[in-house]
Design a protein around this ligand. Structure first.
Ligand SMILES: [Zn+2]
Length: 399
């Protein structure tokens, strides 16, 4: 268990919302054995309930970060905590929950009409058609294996998630927005899905119902079985499928030990990894197959928006991601930096990911320590690497 200063939970609660808007990050059960399992009785808004889970972090003011058996995180303010009791034998969370148990709990929270579809690593809760849930399951499983194999070959063996990864798919954008708007605000309207680092779930909707895809489906013969799903491999759908893969990549990264939820992982790195994996492949019937293709839309955007000194800025802090006027530029730069480093300095990049993976939930990092981590992994500071980065990106443009 890790002690943190007072007030950290309030700041984290704020950060969690921001992070989920910018789209995602999550973590691993890395130091599970040291964590204590407790039953914590809380009283909020006049309602008292008992929550069981692993105490991941404890602030000195008595606030707690609790990980529930379904892997959702709860930030419990000291004022809300009525009683804490250790659970003998580790309680339920120690053994984890199987897919069916996780699914039953989630179904109980969702509106009526949801069903479960389980794959090897995922628990998919959907009120869509079963073929759509199957299509998503196949994409996610492919990503799961590709992600694991890719990093293992690169020298970063990842831990297998000990519990099913949860995906919630709404049948329509309208139903999705009713769920997503309270979390994301207006940003919900602009994204086809998101990874919620507190609940540890990917939330999305049936993309074949979106206007872009529906048009493609009709052209392909709407009455033909599978026409709607085939339309997901169309250029019109590529951005939507990329979003889905991007969010699923965040979920993988935060559940495989690559990063830990609520740890101070620089956004350029967590977003860079997700964007590196998102490149859709329109030659595949599933709309996604390959990792690390040149991300043409991000490259085009980066070429328009790059400013000297950007590398050092993004390494030092995440502010550019959070400003409306620079968020898209920061994502493009995160992709470009990650692409450059993975292509030219893969071993060092893996070393950097290892440093980031050791960061603990709710720990704090300064701009200086972020620069030191970069220097420790790459042997040079971000300012010094920028000329090589620009030469590499110039060759990419001229290819
Ligand atoms: Zn993201």
């Amino acid at each position: 268990m890790n002690r943190r200063p007072s007030g950290i939970l309030a700041r984290a609660a704020q950060a969690a919302v921001i992070v989920s808007v910018v789209v995602a990050r999550i973590a691993s059960p890395a130091d599970g054995s040291a964590d204590r399992v407790e039953r914590v009785t809380v009283r909020r808004d006049g309602v008292t309930k008992a929550l069981e889970g692993k105490v991941v972090v404890e602030a000195v003011d008595g606030g707690i970060l609790l990980e529930r058996p379904d892997t959702a995180l709860e930030l419990l303010r000291p004022q809300a905590i009525v009683r804490r009791e250790p659970l003998a034998g580790g309680g339920e969370p120690a053994g984890g929950l199987d897919a069916a148990a996780v699914g039953r709990r989630i179904l109980a929270e969702l509106p009526d009409g949801f069903e479960l579809f389980s794959t090897k690593h995922y628990c998919i809760c959907h009120d869509t058609s079963r073929p759509y849930a199957q299509w998503c399951g196949a994409v996610f499983e492919r990503l799961h294996d590709a992600f694991t194999n890719y990093w293992s070959r690169a020298g970063l063996p990842l831990a297998a998630a000990d519990r099913p990864l949860v995906v919630v798919i709404f049948s329509s954008q309208e139903r999705y927005l009713a769920h997503a708007r309270p979390v994301l605000g207006e940003a919900a309207d602009r994204v086809a899905g998101y990874y919620d680092l507190m609940s540890n779930r990917v939330i999305t909707y049936d993309l074949t119902g979106s206007d872009a895809v529906r048009g493609e489906g009709l052209r392909g013969g709407a009455g033909r079985p599978g026409a709607k799903l085939a339309a997901l491999a169309s250029p019109a759908a590529s951005g939507l499928v990329a979003t889905l893969v991007h969010e699923a990549t965040h979920q993988m990264a935060f559940n495989s030990g690559m990063h830990r939820r609520l740890a101070p992982v620089p956004l350029w790195a967590s977003e860079g990894v997700a964007i590196y994996f998102e490149t859709p492949d329109l030659g595949s019937s599933q709309g996604w197959r390959k990792i690390g293709l040149v991300n043409e839309p991000r490259l085009a955007h980066w070429q328009k928006s790059f400013q000297p000194g950007d590398v050092a800025k993004l390494v030092a802090d995440d502010a550019a991601f959070r400003r409306a006027d620079s968020g898209v530029d920061a994502y493009a730069a995160a992709w470009a930096m990650t692409y450059f480093l993975v292509q030219t300095r893969r071993g060092e990049f893996v070393e950097y990911l290892r440093l980031l993976g050791a960061k603990e939930p709710l720990a704090e990092d300064s701009a200086e320590s972020r620069r030191e981590d970069f220097r420790a992994a790459f042997g040079v500071g971000p300012e010094e690497i920028e000329p090589a980065f620009l030469r590499f990106m110039g060759r990419l443009r001229d290819r």
